[in-house]
Design a protein around this ligand. Structure first.
Ligand SMILES: [Zn+2]
Length: 178
């Protein structure tokens, strides 16, 4: 069953975390909170005995981490090469040779792993653009691509922990189990 946003009718929705006691009560009625990536509308979907399988949109993996990888940006008018400077499960920051307009729909190939083909983001949208630096939100990834992106983003978090640890800033409570 494809879930669409009840407000804008777009299929780019994702499970989000429960908020407050009402959401916990709804959980017992199999009502799970979802968020729309296009219009930000929050709504509930009834799923009998089923828990949303995807990582909630507001977990740590959705916070941007600094990164330095190459990306190929595909859009209607052609394609461009860009540098990805920040990355999360939900999107990325890209430095491009020329500006892109807010709201532009994109496809992205991320050269994340040296020894694997690029991670393919099927659909993404330019959320904000500051000159040649654009913030992009991912709308759709194929299932196995989501797993590979999660593996890469998790490695960024582990790397960051190691750097913080060697500089003495690391604290055990900064690691959260998922
Ligand atoms: Zn919507």
């Amino acid at each position: 069953m494809e879930i669409v946003c009840p407000k804008c009718r777009k299929p780019f929705v994702q499970a989000v975390r429960q908020q407050g006691i009402l959401d916990r009560l709804r959980h017992w009625a199999y009502l799970h909170p979802y968020g729309c990536k296009i219009c930000r509308h929050r709504f509930y979907v009834m799923q009998w005995g089923l828990r949303p399988s995807k990582l909630p949109m507001d977990s740590d993996q959705y916070r941007m981490r600094p990164v330095s990888i190459h990306g190929k940006i595909l859009y209607e008018q052609g394609h461009r090469e860009g540098d990805i400077t920040e990355l999360s499960m939900g999107g990325c920051m890209i430095e491009l040779p020329a500006a892109l307009l807010e709201g532009t729909m994109l496809g992205i190939r991320l050269d994340a792993f040296d020894d694997e083909p690029p991670i393919i983001v099927e659909a993404a949208i330019v959320r904000s653009a500051l000159g040649t630096r654009v913030e992009v939100e991912f709308l759709r990834l194929a299932n196995d691509e989501e797993g590979r992106l999660n593996r890469f983003v998790t490695s960024l978090w582990l790397e960051g922990t190691q750097i913080a640890r060697s500089s003495g800033r690391w604290k055990p409570e900064s690691i959260r189990s998922t």
